[in-house]
Structures are given as C-alpha cells and as structure tokens.
Design a protein around this ligand. Structure first.
Ligand SMILES: Nc1nc2c(ncn2[C@@H]2O[C@H](COP(=O)(O)OP(=O)(O)OP(=O)(O)O)[C@@H](O)[C@H]2O)c(=O)[nH]1
Ligand SMILES: [Mg+2]
Length: 270
C-alpha cells in the first residue's frame, strides 16, 4: 500500500442509526467556512428524527470575534441553536457542556457528534472531557482520524459519541476531494488545489504570500513557484513537480498554515 491508507468515512446509514440512538446531536462546523462545512443533509436527518440539534462553530480562535458573532447570528436566524467554541484553546467549551446538559431530555443521555471530516469533532469531545480519549489528526487519512464510532464518558450520565466525518456532499467541489481523501491518495491534486487557492485568495489576498513568500496570484504559477522553491522537479524534463506542490497546499490548508476565513457578509450575498 506504500504507506497510503484508504480512508473510511461514515456511511449515511450508520450515521442515521447513530443519530436515532442519541438524545442530543452536535453538528461541528469549521467557523472559517460555514458555507462549505455545514451539512444540510445531516441537519434535516436530525430534524426528521426529532432530536435536539446544536450547531457548534469550531476553530473560533482562527477568526475575529466579530466574525464569530455574526455567523452565530446568521445561523440562529435560520432557527438553530448555535454556539461558537475553540476546542484546542478550550474557549466556550465549558458553556457548551452546560448547554448540552440543559437541553438533554433525560439522564443518562448521549450526544452524537457529527459533521464533515476535520472540523474538530474529536477535539471537542476531548475538550469537554478535559482529557484526551478521542484520537485527532490534522489531515484526512493521517493517523488519528476517527475511523469508527466511539462512546466516551464526559461525566457520570453524560456520554458523547464520536463519529467519522461524513462525505462532504453539499460542500461540493473541491471540498469533497480535499476533505474526503488523504492528499497522498489524490490522483489529480492539481485541480482541487488550484480551486482551493482561488477561494483562499478571494478572501485573503495575502494568504499565499504570507505562508510561502510567493507573490503571484495565479494558482498554476503559485504551484510552479512553490515546487521550484522546494526543489521539486520531474526527473525527466526538469519541469516543476506541481503535483507535490498541490498536495503541500492541501496539507497546509488542513494544518491552518494558510490563513483565511469567509466573511459572514458573503452568506448574505449568496
Ligand atoms: N486552531 C484550531 N484547530 C483545531 C480546533 N479544533 C480542532 N483543531 C484541529 O483540527 C484538526 C482536526 O481535528 P479533529 O478533532 O481530529 O477533527 P475531526 O472532526 O474529529 O476529524 P475526523 O475524525 O477525521 O473527521 C486537528 O489538527 C486539530 O488540532 C480549534 O478549535 N482550533
Ligand atoms: Mg475525529
């Protein structure tokens, strides 16, 4: 397998069963890009099963507070319970824990934690537990991503169910590629990386310059220049190895090395 793993994502059937068995559902969304990391399909599934749903906007340490507040208000305006947190900085996690307890209909209760890959589902469970337990990882398919459903105790009578990420269907292209597979496994990483670069530059024109010291804003030229800078060339014709640059961009995006967020105003326009 030359070190490359096939990723397992949650099937929708397994997810439906997990949601059915839970008392409360937490959908974890990446606050940098709620438009592409929120699953309407998960939300309507929860709705159809008549369960309490809390949308948790995670990674709020990566956006200004005002941006977090605006996203919260927008999604609340659609009739959802919304909180923003930072799992890794433990911001808002105590309030989330209390909030879940206040909406739980019975005791003991279990909370299904669902959402797209890499939004921080396992990290939130660890933050609420106050210690590790659920394994985490920065990149799809890298060791530590959640492979199966796991029940974790938060406190007596309060359990959380960690689930593998679901396939990002409505996230659309390139989200489905970028989150759905390990970058090493992508046969064509160039096109999704170029689309990702375009999206990033749209919201933060300085993002690539800050991360790599590359000034051009042309996605293909960015890949070529990154390959040249790192010394990645095809052996035969010495052309820059843009595939490797593309995989690096996708990996660095997952590792938060490329800074950007979608401004809430964008939603109001779309
Ligand atoms: N900056 C920041 N990074 C976070 C936060 N929460 C999680 N991460 C990082 O995001 C990456 C993914 O976190 P996980 O908890 O593994 O995400 P997951 O949703 O469980 O991922 P899968 O199980 O693969 O679907 C890790 O590198 C985390 O350290 C956060 O609040 N802020
Ligand atoms: Mg996980």
């Amino acid at each position: 397998m030359n070190g490359v793993m096939a990723m397992e994502l949650a099937s929708w059937r397994l997810l439906a069963r997990t949601i059915k068995n839970a008392d409360v559902v937490v959908e974890v969304v990446d606050i940098r890009d709620p438009i592409h990391t929120r699953s309407r399909r998960v939300e309507s599934m929860v709705n159809a099963l008549d369960k309490e749903l809390i949308i948790v906007l995670n990674k709020s340490d990566l956006v200004p507070r005002m941006v977090a507040e605006k996203w919260k208000r927008i999604i609340e305006g659609q009739g959802f319970e919304v909180m923003y947190v930072s799992a890794t900085r433990r911001l808002g996690t105590r309030v989330l824990r209390g909030f879940i307890k206040s909406v739980a209909p019975i005791k003991p209760f279990s909370v299904a934690v669902v959402g797209y890959p890499k939004t921080g589902k396992s990290s939130i469970i660890n933050a609420l537990r106050g210690r590790k337990g659920a394994s985490t990882s920065p990149i799809p398919g890298s060791p530590g991503y959640t492979k199966s459903i796991q029940l974790l105790k938060i406190e007596p009578g309060f359990y959380m169910i960690d689930t593998p990420g679901v396939i990002p269907i409505e996230g659309g292209w390139p989200e489905s590629i970028i989150r759905g597979r390990s970058p090493d496994e992508l046969v064509d990483p160039v096109r999704p990386a170029m689309a990702l670069i375009e999206r990033i530059l749209k919201y933060n024109p300085r993002a690539i310059q800050d991360a790599y010291g590359i000034e051009t804003r042309d996605p293909l030229m960015i890949l070529e220049e990154l390959a040249r800078k790192r010394g990645w060339f095809y052996k035969l014709d010495k052309e820059p190895l843009i595939e490797q640059a593309a995989r690096t961009i996708i990996r660095d995006y997952h590792k938060n090395k490329i800074r950007f967020y979608v401004p809430p105003e964008e939603y109001l326009l779309s």
